[in-house]
Design a protein around this ligand. Sequence first.
Ligand code: CDP
Ligand code: CDP
Length: 225
Amino acid sequence: MENLFQVAIDGPAAAGKSTVAKITAKTLGFVYIDTGAMYRSLTYKALKQKKDLNDARQLKKLLNQTEIKLVQEGSGQKVYVDGEDVTERIRYPDVSEHVSLVSSFEDVRTEMVNRQRKLAESCSVVMDGRDIGTHVLPDAQVKIFLIASVDERAVRRYREEELKGRHPSMESLREAIALRDKKDMEREVSPLVKADDAIALDTTSLTIDEVVEQILHFVKEKQHS
Ligand code: CDP
Ligand code: CDP
C-alpha cells in the first residue's frame, strides 16, 4: 500500500476541522475520518447507559461492546452506534460537555487509535481530531494544525445553533469552547498539541474555501515532490 496518502488535521474545538477535512477529502477522492465522532459516540452510549464516566475500565469494556460506523453518504457523513443513526445526537451539549472526560483515559484512547489506524490502512485519508499528527498518523504526508480565536469560534458555533432555531448566549458558547480546549490540552495522554512538523493555519479571518485551497496546495506540493 505504498501509494496511500494521509492528511492529518488537528486543532481546538470549532476551528473548522471537520468542515474543511470533509471538502478536502471529497476533492481529493480520499476517505474522511472524523475521530471526534468516535469519542462522541462512546460518550453518547455511556451517558445513555448511565455509566460512571470516571471509570476507565467500565468505559473500555463498553467500547469493546460498541460498533461505531462512519458512513459516507452523499456530501456528508453519517455516524452509527450499534446500528443507530446518532449523527445529530452526538453534537448535543450533554455529549460535548462530557466527551473530553471520556476521551482522557488511556485504555479508551488505545482502542480508538487502533480502530482509527485500521480505517487508514487500505485507503488514502483525511483524518481530523486532536492527536492525529502527533500520535495516530505520525507519518502523515501533510499535517495541518488549524486555529482560530475563541471569539470567532464562538460566533461559528452560534451560527450553527441559530440555523437549528436555538439562541445560546455567546458567553456560554465561549466558555464551553475554552473549557473543552483546556481539558484537551491538559490531559496526560495524547494532549492537544501541534506536531513539530505540522503547518499552523490561523483561520480566524479565512473563509472555508480559502482554508481548503491552502491545504490542497500543501497536498499537491507533497504529491509532486
Ligand atoms: O468538532 P469539535 O471540535 O467540537 O470536537 P470533535 O472533533 O467532535 O471532538 C470532540 C472531543 O473528542 C474533543 O474535544 C476531544 O476531547 C475528543 N477527541 C480526542 O480526544 N481526540 C481526537 N482525536 C478527537 C477528539
Ligand atoms: O470540526 P471543528 O469543530 O474544528 O469545526 P467545524 O465544525 O468544522 O466548524 C465550525 C463552524 O465554523 C462550521 O459551521 C463551519 O461552517 C464554520 N467555519 C467557518 O465559518 N469558517 C472557516 N474558515 C471554517 C469553518
